[in-house]
Design a protein around this ligand. Sequence first.
Ligand SMILES: C[S@@+](CC[C@H](N)C(=O)[O-])C[C@H]1O[C@@H](n2cnc3c(N)ncnc32)[C@H](O)[C@@H]1O
Length: 262
Amino acid sequence: MVSNPESSPSDADPVDNARRYPRVTSFRFRRGALTAGQQRNWANLWPTMGRDLRVDGQSEPPLDAATWFGRQAPTILEIGSGTGISTAAMAADEPELDVVAVEVYQPGLAQLLGLVDRGGLTNVRLIRGDAMVVLNELIEPSSLTGIRVFFPDPWPKARHHKRRLLQQGTIELMADRLKPGGVLHIATDHADYAEWITEVLDNQDTTKTHVVALGDVSRAPISLERPTTKFEGRAQREGRDVTEYVFTRAEATSAAANGAES
Ligand SMILES: C[S@@+](CC[C@H](N)C(=O)[O-])C[C@H]1O[C@@H](n2cnc3c(N)ncnc32)[C@H](O)[C@@H]1O
């Protein structure tokens, strides 16, 4: 159990009914200038490979992955792709899958554009904006084959726990967006966040679509092989363990199907 009495995984702000997603702002506003190379990538590649979320607060048109990628293929959403090291390496290993990377940090996205370009990858697209909006407004229920969340910001202070990306409402939303059999793959190097995530996963409302540990990970429909990123390398050097979760969508229990209150 998470021992901090000030906050718990169920402390998330209430669901915003107008938008229907938990109001979690899990990212920091980070300024970062693009290098000259990144500016070139942005100018040349973003118009076709990237999409910005609207800034006027209007609802977003749904993601039409088949048109954007020019093919029908299983789709993976990576939340908080950072500089895209994992995104590009895993996409190169899985050319049969399409990967949508969501990140708010423009220099990270620009770096990923460069990796995609240099690697000749055709199966990566990028979205700049809040993954919560993406999950809620752009992604249809039961549409994703995988969701990846690698090293989410741990928000270590108790008063910031409500900003953690992974909490009850957001996990529920992720479960809903996965296809049956789809996989939620999480990694963290933060021991307290790992405990928190375990607690969230253990305490899901099973009368709603939820996720359960994937018993036989060799049956995962997506690769689980991650390269070692900057974050993981630092964790290893500093002696911190990485905790990894591989979960899969499970349907609501019969209590819900029978009309029980949830
Ligand atoms: C600690 S970094 C990890 C980056 C990368 N996954 C890695 O393993 O190297 C977490 C990243 O998640 C991004 N992030 C956090 N919340 C987000 C959100 N709601 N939508 C999009 N990106 C988010 C942050 O901007 C940050 O770049």
